[in-house]
Design a protein around this ligand. Structure first.
Ligand SMILES: *Cc1c(COP(=O)(O)O)cnc(C)c1O
Length: 360
């Protein structure tokens, strides 16, 4: 069984290694490293055929269930090059445990979280030259699980692939840590309680594209989702969670089944509380936010997520009206969180919560 499985290593020949992109050409998720991790699952053997191998195409039957019913889950985390040129991971075990929560909800097999952290370290160590040196640049890691049984019956697949691919990325938003404009969707919704909004499954993102395009055409970078029943309560923004600072209190919506529980969100709640900030989870409606903005009590708004870390929100577009927040400036708590979280992730700052682990 997986507790003691072996990982085979099949290396790319020295003369076949890819040319690494220059720092200005990183983009987000366009260049992939030389190697990947892959393992397979079926009922009889559990996880097996586990290997670090050259990055390559899959050969899948067109009937593979993932293509038809979207039984697919993923994670997103990063390797950071920091203090003394060392490499770090931020809360990697939490990512694999969250993936297991996604697996359970999607009727997929669980992975050994602890073991996956060791395998991931080995993979990153092998690809260490791919972890970018430029400030704000990182190696983005994408663990993914897909259903590969070739049959069209609607049921949980009896076989799966789990793989990890990695891509060097620059800073997430073209604007850097500058305030973004977001579109408050009062028509389309992302998730409902009891649905799958609280797990990282592929279909959530496919379903968000239509609204994202509307937002993009209106000059917005992201969509702010409201609850599916009343179109009133704030849920999250794009692939980030969201925070509001009102009367010095930091507020984020509670995890009640339709919101993805971000690790950055959790880290921000803990870090802010450790600074003595009153940081709480409570339902907050779009009307409360706009009222607070009107009366000057809304100090700042920002999103949190692995990809962008902290993304300040400078403008909200809601029902054909534009609302400017904090004069379109980055708020002081967002700026401090951005700096200190990055300093922890890069090993430059004490890590009181034991979030960071070294690679190699
Ligand atoms: C991944 C994700 C987040 C952020 O999670 P982190 O663990 O902080 O990266 C937030 N919302 C959605 C919908 C996501 O997919």
């Amino acid at each position: 069984m997986w507790e003691d499985f072996e990982v085979a290593l099949e290396k790319v020949a020295e003369d076949k290694l890819k040319k690494k992109p220059t720092p200005d050409k990183l983009g987000f998720g366009v260049h992939f490293t030389d190697h990947m991790f892959l393992m397979k699952w079926n009922r009889a053997d559990g996880w097996h055929d586990s290997r670090i191998c050259p990055y390559r195409n899959f050969n899948l039957d067109p009937a593979s269930m993932v293509f038809h019913y979207g039984q697919a889950i993923f994670e997103g985390l990063k390797a950071y090059r920091g203090k003394d040129d060392q490499l770090f991971l931020f809360r990697p075990k939490d990512n694999f445990e969250r993936m297991n929560a996604s697996a359970v909800r999607m009727c997929m097999p669980r992975i050994p979280a602890e073991k996956m952290v060791s395998i991931l370290r080995a993979l990153i160590y092998l690809e260490k030259d791919w972890v970018p040196k430029a400030e704000g640049a990182t190696l983005y890691i994408r663990p993914t699980m897909i259903a590969v049984e070739p049959t069209l019956g609607v049921k949980p697949s009896s076989s799966y692939y789990f793989f990890i691919i990695m891509t060097p990325v620059g800073a997430y938003y073209a604007e850097g840590c500058n305030p973004i404009k977001i579109y408050v969707s009062d028509q389309y919704v992302r998730a409902v309680k009891g649905g799958v909004g609280n797990v990282k499954t592929a279909g959530n993102y496919a379903a968000s594209l239509f609204m994202s395009e509307i937002a993009r055409k209106a000059g917005c970078t992201q969509v702010l989702w409201l609850d599916a029943c009343e179109h009133k309560y704030i849920e999250e923004v794009g692939t980030s969670n969201i925070f509001f600072r009102i009367d010095n209190q930091l507020i984020t919506p509670p995890l009640e089944g339709s919101i993805l529980g971000g690790l950055t969100r959790d880290s921000v709640l803990k870090l802010a509380a450790s600074w003595g900030i009153d940081a709480i989870e409570k339902p907050i409606s779009i009307d409360e936010v706009l009222d607070a903005n009107r009366s000057g009590r809304l100090q700042e708004v920002f999103g949190t997520g692995t990809a962008a870390v902290i993304s300040p929100v400078g403008e909200l577009w809601y029902k054909e009206k534009n609302y400017v927040i904090n004069n379109g400036q980055t708020g002081e708590v967002a700026a401090r969180l951005f700096t200190e979280l990055q300093a922890i992730q890069n090993g430059f700052q004490a890590d009181p919560f034991k979030w960071v682990t070294r690679v190699g």
